[in-house]
Design a protein around this ligand. Structure first.
Ligand code: CA
Ligand code: CA
Length: 363
């Protein structure tokens, strides 16, 4: 309901902040102090083989024990934006059982099959009613979603209002608003958390926990900055769809894609997963709290952690937020480098954007 209240203009400020996913972080001074957490230890994957043949489009993630969280890259101290955040600390040990995971983000053609079979209507496609929002101006009672709307000139990076807009008619069918078209092999976007759950249920799957997502994204490596290693461009190769040029006004598409990309255009990680860094953010099932890792670290090895009992974001304490992971095509070391594999994002559960999607697991 909070999203609808925002959509009707009643929670304009807090709702928009919630959808930004990637609030600019304060200078890393405090982070450096917190970063004296235990070092990363090796990933110890379960030895058991997959329980059977892989379901279509899924890969086996063996599970096991690993070090979870993120610290600032040691050789990037001066890179603006290239910092982990305090909510990804301390580094702590976690264990997850094995599971199947979608190799790619859920695509528009997959989501279209779900909608065709169920006639499901996403949150972004529903028109808020005057009955539910008697104080809202009638002009604000329109279906839509939040779209990255870059200015045509450089702007201060002090407010994401400068590049996010609520756009009438924006939805998974029309990612940039009425008149725009989705591409079949691009990830579905403008999905609220309940939309992702509905798809997963229909597909006989579920959303991953945050620990499952991170174990999988690390691809058997430990303590690396990115899912593939410590260098952003290993041997000069582009490994993820992120933002180049100048943020937010110019996306040069130097990685071949200005904006969203079809799935699986870059090499997979060690478990065969595509786009766990960048392209679109991915919902996971944990509630968001910035102190959750500290809670886990205090209790020893966390076994199949499922997140805190409730959501709490001190910056927007009235919003209910779930964790999202992996960063998006808008991530850049000029502003926010949440394609770093251990870092975290957060999103108000009723708010989709055009850089937020999901992938599912089974098991
Ligand atoms: Ca790009
Ligand atoms: Ca992704």
């Amino acid at each position: 309901m909070t999203a609808w209240r925002w959509r009707t203009g009643l929670l304009a400020v807090s709702g928009l902040a919630a959808c930004a996913s990637c609030d600019r972080q304060p200078p890393p001074v405090a982070s450096r102090t917190v970063a004296a957490s235990p070092a990363f230890l090796p990933t110890v994957a379960n030895p058991s083989p997959p329980p059977g043949p892989a379901p279509a489009g899924m890969v086996w993630i063996p599970g096991g024990e690993f070090s979870m969280g993120a610290q600032d890259p040691p050789d990037l101290d001066d890179a603006v934006g290239m910092q982990a955040t305090t909510d990804s600390r301390p580094i702590h040990r976690a264990y997850v059982d094995g599971f199947w995971m979608d190799a790619t983000e859920v695509t528009n053609d997959q989501f279209a099959a779900f909608v065709k079979a169920t006639r499901y209507v996403t949150v972004a496609e529903r028109t808020p009613s005057a009955e539910d929002f008697p104080d809202a101006p009638a002009a604000n009672l329109v279906a839509g979603s939040v779209v990255f709307s870059p200015p045509d000139h450089a702007v201060p990076l002090d407010s994401h209002f400068r590049w996010w807009s609520y756009v009438k008619g924006a939805s998974w069918r029309h990612p940039l608003g009425a008149g725009s078209s989705m591409q079949a092999r691009c990830p579905v976007v403008h999905v609220a958390y309940e939309d992702a759950l509905a798809y997963a249920s229909w597909a006989g799957k579920r959303l991953p926990t945050e620990a499952e997502w991170e174990f999988a994204a690390r691809g058997s490596l430990s303590g690396k900055v990115f899912p593939w290693g410590d260098a952003f461009l290993p041997d000069g190769r582009t490994m993820a769809n992120t933002h180049q040029g100048h943020f937010p006004d110019h996306d040069s598409g130097a990685d071949r894609f200005a904006g969203i990309a079809p799935v699986a255009q870059f090499p997979p990680n060690g478990y065969g997963l595509y786009d766990v860094a960048g392209n679109v953010w991915e919902w996971v099932s944990d509630w968001y709290r910035p102190d959750y890792y500290a809670q886990l670290a205090a209790a020893g090895i966390a076994r199949n952690p499922r997140g805190p009992a409730s959501s709490f974001d001190p910056s927007e304490p009235r919003e209910s937020k779930r964790v999202m992971r992996g960063g998006s095509f808008l991530c850049t070391d000029e502003y926010c480098s949440r394609y770093m594999v251990g870092t975290r994002g957060k999103g108000e559960v009723g708010t989709g954007t055009n850089h937020l999607g999901f992938r599912c697991v089974r098991g």
